[in-house]
Design a protein. Structure first.
Length: 769
């Protein structure tokens, strides 16, 4: 019967439930298949039906729950919260703006000098407090915002979890319905097998025991199906439990949402309260400012009234002022006349005063010139008292170069009580000499310089000065004149002194200092600072008829500082070094001259002075000629002897004030003629080696020194020509051809072994012709 029953109508009507047609089929099948005699089949059918109904209701419940708790609601709620949050933020921003306005208001309208400044300060304090509170509230709000954000995140999480649960449930449902469909299909297939079975049942049930076996198989299959249904039930139960838990979760979430809502409401309330209080503060501040402004206004009004009354009282004062002004105007009109008169009298007074000052100035200038002359004279006198030509000796210390042994033994001693005496032990005999001063090896460069300092400064006053270093090679001439880089000699110290002296006088005098350097070798004069040092220079008479000498082509460098001097020295040295291969030997065979010219102009009088300082490092005085040298060495020696003798002659002639001074006998004396004659000053430093092996040369040097020094300075008549020392005289102490002046000869004898000082040697020298 069930086989013929159509089921498609039922399938069409069950749009909601997909299981209904299967149920109907199943029902029909159970009736057909189990038959009236099978209680198991009936039970199964009922079970399946109730299960389906439960499933249906659960599906409905699930869809209802989904509709009720679905993502849309939660999202809506979240959106609402976000909107609320945004609104609160806007309100906060508005509050901030208001607060800033409030803050700006008192600053924009300051009342200078207002007595309410204290109040305003208090208000400002209050405002800053309020600002602090607002900042705190902002902090709280941001915390709440954070909380809301966290809760929203958690809500989203819960939503996600719920969605996952629902998706799981839907999958489970799908799985169950698929299984149900499978069961239905199994049942349908079984039913399709039904007619032959039915036939077998009907025909064979009573007839054959085989059919009974088939029945039992069917029953077993039925049993299997029942197990399946039980399993389904179990699954359904699990699903129910899951549904329950999701219900609970939903409840929890709802409770959380409610909690969040309440918290949000509380925060909102708090914020409203804060805003309210801020609003109140603002209103209060505005009111206070208003009240203050009113008070100020009142005061201003009062001031205005006072000013008005003042104005009324000032009017008469103004009137008197106008009168005064008119009076003054009249006075001003007559002022130019008065002024002219006053100017006239003042001018007359000033003219008189100027005249007085002028005459005073003239007097002062006259006195100054007189003083200048006097000073020059005094200085001159001082130097003259010391002797215009002075001879000093300097003994160098014993050096490593002197070697060791008896040859290097010291042969020079000094008098502890008289610094002008020197004792020499020559070949076992003691010989003593007296000079103007003797420097022991202990004397420093500065000590020696101190002795010549006065000479050098006299150069600034227009005197010509010559300083010679005389002595055998190695006796320390170059050391005394040039010195070392660390311990400079007279040359550099003299220039430094000149610079500082010139500097001191800079307010009254204008000075220029120039430097030339020359060398005389074999009676040939060369420029050490020129571009061509090998060029021979000539000494000529000035064409202006002044009788002065000059050297055409001799380079002059203007120097202004110690640096300049060093550069000049270096240049001269380089010139000499490149020119001669054995510089040491060459320099000992030539005279080196440093000529410093100091030209000055007195700014007030226009008076001009020129002073020359000649610093001469003479060639070695050792007696080469005697050792029988030949060729160039002999020529060199002859030249040196000639020039040194000529120098001796000149100095002797000058010292004895002879009429004729043989300047022209050598290039050296001829070149220095200007600086040796007249009231010029000369100093000879005789360099002495203290060692035993040099005693012969030392003896000759000292003899030469003493002879130069002991020339008679008496008032003898000036003679046109007194002859000269021979060229060998400076070598041979006993002069070959004595000067015809007896007094000079008388005192020029060596005072060996005596320490007596020739009388009145330091007498004034009259300027030579
Ligand atoms: P000269 O120029 O007479 O030939 P130097 O000036 O070259 O002699 O001196 C010879 C050596 O003796 C040099 O090494 C120099 O440094 C040294 N000398 C000379 N005098 C002194 C002194 N007063 N103190 C120290 N060393 C000196
Ligand atoms: Mg030298």
């Amino acid at each position: 019967r069930g086989k013929d029953t159509p089921v498609c109508g039922e399938e069409e009507s069950g749009a909601r439930s997909t299981v209904r047609p299967a149920l109907a089929q199943c029902r029909a099948l159970s009736v057909d298949w189990t038959g009236p005699g099978s209680p198991h089949g009936l039970y199964l059918t009922v079970q399946v039906e109730s299960l389906k109904e439960k499933l249906l209701s659960q599906a409905q419940e699930v869809s209802r729950l989904r509709a009720e708790l679905g993502g849309t609601d939660l999202e809506k709620h979240r959106d609402l919260l976000m909107v609320e949050n945004e609104r609160l933020r806007q309100e906060m921003r508005r509050c901030e703006a208001e607060l800033q306005d409030l803050r700006a208001t008192p600053a924009a309208s300051p009342c200078p000098g207002c007595e309410h400044s204290q109040e305003s300060a208090q208000l400002r304090d209050r405002l800053s407090q309020l600002q602090l509170e607002v900042a705190e509230n902002k902090g709280m709000l941001s915390e709440l915002n954070l909380e809301v954000q966290q809760k929203t995140d958690r809500l989203a999480e819960v939503e996600l979890r719920l969605k996952d649960c629902l998706a799981e449930k839907a999958q489970e449902e799908e799985r169950l319905s698929r299984r149900l469909r499978d069961s239905h299909e199994t049942i349908a297939s079984l039913r399709a097998q039904c007619p032959p079975v039915k036939y077998v049942i009907k025909t064979i049930e009573v007839e054959s025991p085989k059919t009974k076996q088939a029945l039992s198989e069917s029953q077993a299959r039925n049993q299997h199906l029942q197990e399946q249904v039980a399993m389904q039930r179990q699954v359904l139960k699990e699903m129910e439990q899951q549904l329950q838990s999701s219900h609970q979760l939903t409840m929890q979430l709802r409770a959380q949402i409610a909690m969040y809502e309440s918290e949000l409401e509380r925060a909102h309330g708090q914020m409203l309260e804060e805003m309210q209080s801020l609003e109140e503060d603002k209103n209060r501040a505005i009111e206070e400012a208003f009240a203050r402004a009113q008070v100020e206004m009142k005061a201003v009004h009062e001031n205005l009234a006072g000013v008005r009354t003042n104005l009324l009282t000032l009017q008469p004062a103004l009137r008197t002022l106008t009168n005064d002004y008119n009076g003054l105007k009249r006075q001003v009109r007559s002022f130019p006349l008065l002024l002219q008169e006053a100017l006239r009298s003042v001018k007359a007074e000033i003219g008189q005063a100027i005249e007085e000052v002028n005459s005073n100035n003239q007097e002062l200038l006259r006195k100054y010139r007189r003083e200048l002359q006097l000073r020059k004279k005094c200085h001159n006198e001082l130097v003259r008292l010391k002797g215009n030509i002075r001879v000093i000796a300097r003994v160098r210390p014993i050096t490593k170069e002197d070697g060791e042994g008896p040859e290097a033994a010291n042969a020079v001693t000094f008098d502890p009580d008289d610094d002008s005496i020197i004792h020499l032990l020559h070949k076992g005999k003691p010989v003593s000499f007296e000079l103007d001063k003797v420097f022991s090896p202990r004397a420093s460069q500065q000590d020696v310089f101190q002795e010549v300092q006065a000479l050098i400064t006299s150069c600034i006053d227009g005197f010509n000065v010559c300083i010679f270093a005389y002595g055998q090679t190695g006796a320390g001439k170059t050391y005394t004149m040039e010195g070392s880089h660390e311990n400079p000699g007279i040359n550099q110290r003299a220039l430094q002194l000149l610079f500082s002296e010139v500097q001191e006088k800079a307010s009254d005098w204008e000075y220029s200092i120039t430097v030339s350097a020359a060398e005389i070798y074999n009676e040939v004069l060369r420029d050490l600072l020129g571009k061509e040092p090998q060029e021979k220079l000539e000494i000529r008479l000035c064409p202006d008829g002044s009788g002065q000498l000059y050297v055409p082509g001799l380079t002059e460098f203007q120097v202004q500082s110690v640096d300049d001097i060093n550069k000049v020295f270096e240049f001269g040295h380089t010139n000499r070094t490149t020119e001669f291969t054995n510089l040491n030997e060459h320099s000992s065979r030539s005279h080196a001259l440093l000529i410093v010219t100091v030209r000055g102009v007195d700014c007030s009088t226009g008076l001009r002075t020129t002073g020359k300082l000649n610093l001469v490092d003479l060639a070695g005085s050792e007696r080469v000629g005697k050792s029988g040298a030949e060729g160039s060495r002999l020529r060199e020696a002859q030249h040196i002897n000639k020039s040194l003798s000529a120098l001796g002659d000149v100095i002797a002639a000058l010292r004895s004030r002879q009429g004729h001074v043989p300047f022209r006998n050598s290039k050296l004396t001829y070149l220095l003629q200007d600086s040796l004659s007249g009231d010029s000053k000369t100093l000879m430093v005789v360099q002495v080696s203290p060692v035993e092996k040099n005693t012969s040369e030392t003896l000759y040097s000292l003899k030469f020194a003493e002879r130069v020094r002991s020339v008679e300075l008496g008032p003898g008549p000036r003679r046109p020509e007194l002859g000269s020392w021979s060229s060998q005289e400076h070598l041979e102490w006993e002069p070959a051809c004595q000067t015809p002046q007896p007094s000079a000869r008388a005192h020029s004898a060596p005072s060996s072994g005596t320490s007596s000082r020739p009388g009145s040697i330091r007498r004034k020298l009259q300027p030579s012709a």
